[in-house]
Design a binder for this molecule. Structure first.
Ligand SMILES: [Zn+2]
Length: 76
């Protein structure tokens, strides 16, 4: 079981949305699978998910739109 890196309490599986500020605009990724701390609400991603977020970010850079909203589940 994964423990919270901030407070050491148990975390549970959840989903979250992430807004990433880019040079040209804003990228919002919804429905990202994550772990959330039951105590302090700190959010963690598994290695796979963190990599996928990087991939999505790289892809979106090519389009340079002011606002991009992506559903993680559809991008995965
Ligand atoms: Zn915590």
């Amino acid at each position: 079981m994964i423990k919270c890196m901030r407070c050491g309490k148990d975390v549970y599986k959840s989903t979250t949305a992430e807004a990433i500020e880019m040079d040209f605009g804003l990228l919002v990724i919804r429905n990202i699978p994550c772990y959330k701390c039951s105590e302090c609400d700190e959010i963690f991603y598994s290695g796979d998910v963190a990599l996928k977020i990087e991939e999505i970010t790289e892809t979106v850079k090519q389009f340079s739109q002011e606002l991009t909203i992506i559903d993680y589940k559809k991008a995965a």
